[in-house]
Design a binder for this molecule. Structure first.
Ligand code: NIG
Ligand code: FE
Length: 421
């Protein structure tokens, strides 16, 4: 039996017939949205079987859902979150308002270590319940594919606990969820004086356990000033490559600290943050797309810049340079308590001078490629997952960043089934 969604005024984000092999948009292609007006979508077994104009031929057994002249978009892809956490960090928010910096708070034992201390005390069930509520709300705001990192564990037991929570989220929700092992998020206090011993722990104890229980789809390292050096990052990724685990790294948030260099060298699928990024890094990322592994995607996280008051990643320059930019929420209790990609879209337009159309591709097909899911999600075409949004507004690509803070998603369909919280 097929389900046919009819009476769609416009589908935005169609899989373009001229698409490149990665199904993503580079540079100025990002401002060209592929659309179809007066359309229908036919879905079978959760996948798109047909997309066309007007009305399709109907069989008696087909189920028809009239979308009443609304617009349809592919579900958004959030390629960078830390949504499993025990508690908000609003005390630090107040400290920062009074003038303390993110780095000063971290050096004083707050920040990531604060979240790790709280997470250790919380049961797996309770963590799962909190995280489930966050995932539900994100879906209702249009996000239908989410990457979730560990990294508030920082011990073997707690990292595994976090990753098991992510595994349960994968099972509990119909959306695509991908897990990233981020044991190298910060040095626990007891390892501050002997950082390499913590890396030994990651490589000797954490990583093999993560692999044995098949708990991660990728690995991540916070490669930045005061956190993991370029050399330490390379050491960790050299080992994880032996297990065939792809990487996505945090880099260049706090300075020009070599994150892009190590990401490209280690063939990371993305390098995320890039608040500090020069043309040298642009060139490295651009050249990475001629390599077989599919390139290192630049992922900007404007929620973090907004919330911490640090520079925004130079995505305008990146796009003008020809790079395929991605935007993500970085949803976490310390630097970006923002879970809606619609709000990120607004920040990207007003603060980074990205066009609404560019933003749209940065949270759909480009984000999908940064997870190597560009043939599953992020655009609407035959064979893709039927994960799509029915919008409240007309010209929805433009109204998403315009109506800051208003949820413009009316209905969410995942594998062709409507999602209800
Ligand atoms: O991406 N920069 C590193 N990690 C997170 C912040 C985590 C935290 O402060 O809890 C980020 O911004
Ligand atoms: Fe992050």
């Amino acid at each position: 039996m097929s389900t046919i969604f009819t009476n769609i005024s416009k589908i935005h984000g169609l899989m373009s017939p001229e698409r490149n092999k990665f199904n993503l948009k580079f540079g100025q292609e990002m401002s060209q949205v592929d659309c179809l007006s007066d359309a229908y979508i036919k879905v079978e077994n959760g996948r798109i079987l047909e997309i066309g104009s007007g009305m399709p031929e109907l069989k008696d057994e087909d189920q028809v859902i009239d979308l009443q002249g609304k617009e349809v978009l592919p579900g958004f892809v959030d390629s960078h979150t830390h949504l499993v956490f025990a508690a908000p960090r609003h005390e630090e928010f107040s400290l920062r308002i009074k003038g303390a910096s993110y780095e000063e708070i971290a050096e004083a034992g707050g920040g990531i270590l604060n979240s790790a201390a709280k997470l250790r005390l919380m049961s797996e069930d309770e963590l799962f319940d909190h995280a489930s509520e966050r995932v539900k709300s994100m879906i209702l705001h249009g996000t239908t594919c989410i990457e979730i990192k560990s990294g508030y564990g920082l011990s073997v037991d707690s990292e595994l606990k976090m990753l098991r929570v992510i595994k349960r989220l994968k099972e509990a929700f119909p959306i695509l969820i991908k897990a990233t092992f981020l044991g190298a998020h910060a040095f626990p206090k007891e390892f501050k004086q002997q950082p390499d011993a913590y890396i030994d722990l990651i490589l000797r104890d954490m990583l093999p356990a993560v692999i044995a229980d098949d708990l991660a789809d990728h690995i991540d390292v916070f490669c930045d000033r005061g956190f993991f050096t370029q050399e330490q990052t390379e050491r960790i990724l050299t080992q994880s490559q032996k297990y065939g685990l792809p990487s996505k790294i945090h880099g260049n948030e706090l300075g020009l600290t070599g994150g892009v260099q190590v990401a490209v060298k280690m063939e990371s699928w993305s390098v995320d943050h890039l608040e500090h990024c020069s043309e040298v890094e642009f060139e490295l990322m651009r050249d990475s797309f001629s390599h077989e592994y599919g390139g290192t995607m630049p992922v900007a996280l404007p929620g973090t810049s907004y919330f911490l008051g640090i520079p925004y990643a130079p995505t305008r320059k990146m796009i003008d340079f020809g790079l395929p930019v991605v935007l993500a929420t970085d949803f976490n209790p310390g630097s970006s308590p923002i879970h809606s990609l619609q709000n990120i879209a607004s920040l990207a337009c007003t603060q980074m001078k990205m066009l609404p159309e560019e933003v749209f591709h940065a949270i759909t097909c480009n984000a999908a490629h940064s997870l190597r899911l560009g043939n599953e999600v992020g655009s609407l075409g035959i064979g893709m997952r039927a994960d799509f949004l029915v919008m409240k507004t007309r010209d929805s690509i433009k109204t998403i960043p315009y109506f800051m803070g208003q949820n413009q998603v009316e209905r969410v369909f995942i594998e062709g089934q409507e999602f209800f919280a």
